[in-house]
Write a protein that binds this ligand. Sequence first.
Ligand code: ZN
Length: 318
Amino acid sequence: MSIIQALESDNLTELQTIPKTDFHCHALLSTRRKNVEEWIGKSLAKPPYKMNGLEGMMDYVSVTLTPHLMHNKGFEFVAVSAIEDAIKDGVVILEISFDIRLVNFYQEGLNSLQTFIKSLITSFHGKIDLRPELGIARDCVKDQQLMNLAFQAIELELFKSIDLYSHEEACTPEEAKVLYTIAQKAGMKLKAHVGEFKDAEEIRRTVELLELDEVQHGIAATESVEVMKWLSENKIQLNVCPTSNVMLGGVKNIEVHPIRILYDYGIPVTINTDDLMIFDQSVSDEYRNLYQTGIFSSKELECIRNTSLSLSQLSKDK
Ligand SMILES: [Zn+2]
């Protein structure tokens, strides 16, 4: 069955068998909450449907999830389970970010984290194209010790891409420039979270300064026709996570999600999960939501899926 037929007949099981990509997900929070509940043997409070931005999300994470996951065993359980979830959902290319601070979960530091990630690649070989991404929270950029670790991590040639996230005000793109220059020299794909809540101009500024290949979210580009045209002309891919945007308040509800406008301006958009443990929508669920709310037709979603698969091939060959 094609994705068009699966969407039109609302066949989620078929939809899950169709090859898709996930270019925006964070390893520590990327499996379904129910898997964690099963693992720890107790139920966890659901996040509120509307959280107050990143602050609200971090409040929920620190109270409900952190106590169970912020250690070596918790992280390793989630990472394996996240990849299994992605495979079950038909994701064939997974760019999953590993935060540099995960090194703290290992006595042997970066070497042990590297060994674990390599073991993931080996054990899931043939089932999914796993592309580890180096994740840096913006508040870590001013920490020289963590930055030294990040430089060492880049040298490993394990990470295929780099991403910057968390509060935009915590560091300017200028402050992350050295890191991105080194990552670029190492042949990594450059990404950063920007424009999740506001400021189209900041999206363009960050892309130019850090020479980004892709933007995580970037939905605030719709504030400026000029910025949208610029993104389109420069073929800057936006890795959008619709449910995350709604639950964190960047978008009022899915029916008015601006991904449609970005697509109409010719900007390459992809559909992703962000943090499955919180937002609870797989890539297939997100395709289904965008179809059922009438944001995209089934043919347009097929086009987005094909483009995502071909773009990821291009970046692999880069
Ligand atoms: Zn994200």
